[in-house]
Design a protein around this ligand. Structure first.
Ligand SMILES: [Zn+2]
Length: 169
């Protein structure tokens, strides 16, 4: 995306050729959990998270995960995976009867936590990004990670204002 910082993650692969990219998945993430502004998220998505740097990191540093985009607290957009490729953000998941949401979705991470309100800058950039993606892809639905992996995932959490987001796009 024009204007985004591009930090290519190896944690992606090719989509099936005939797939329609029609779902946006909204997440939140912070590393360490509840702390904002550090390099943890980037390091995780680039497979360089130091397991010794924080007690929480030992359990996740071997994960191979990514998302297409991260929107930081100040609104900065970082892209990790080109949208035509499949990012590894959803895990086991299902939406309207279709399994493996990574196959047909674009994943957007908001730097945050379930119980902390997101920033005005994040809502503004999320709206800009969503509009750009809808202009390019036949996005039919926007779901939270908790919607496609209920019982397993809770993000983006109760502090994400769906009404505000939907009104902005
Ligand atoms: Zn998530």
């Amino acid at each position: 995306m024009a204007g985004a910082v591009y930090l290519p993650s190896p944690n992606c692969d090719a989509r099936k050729e005939d797939v329609s990219i029609d779902l946006l998945v909204i997440h939140n993430i912070s590393l360490p959990p509840g702390e904002f502004g550090g390099p943890g998220i980037i390091d995780l998505f680039l497979n360089r998270l130091d397991p010794a740097a924080h007690s929480y990191y030992a359990g996740i540093s071997a994960l191979r995960v990514s998302a297409h985009f991260l929107i930081r607290r100040d609104g900065e957009i970082i892209q990790f995976v080109p949208c035509p490729a499949r990012a590894w953000h959803a895990g086991p998941s299902s939406w309207r009867g279709r399994e493996r949401c990574n196959d047909f979705s674009i994943g957007i991470e908001l730097e945050g936590a379930d119980t902390v309100p997101f920033t005005d800058a994040q809502y503004a950039q999320l709206a800009t990004l969503t509009r750009a993606l809808r202009a390019r892809y036949p996005i039919a639905d926007i779901a939270g990670h908790s919607d496609i992996a209920p019982g397993r995932k809770t993000d983006p959490g109760p502090c994400f204002d769906w009404q505000r987001f939907r009104a902005s796009i």
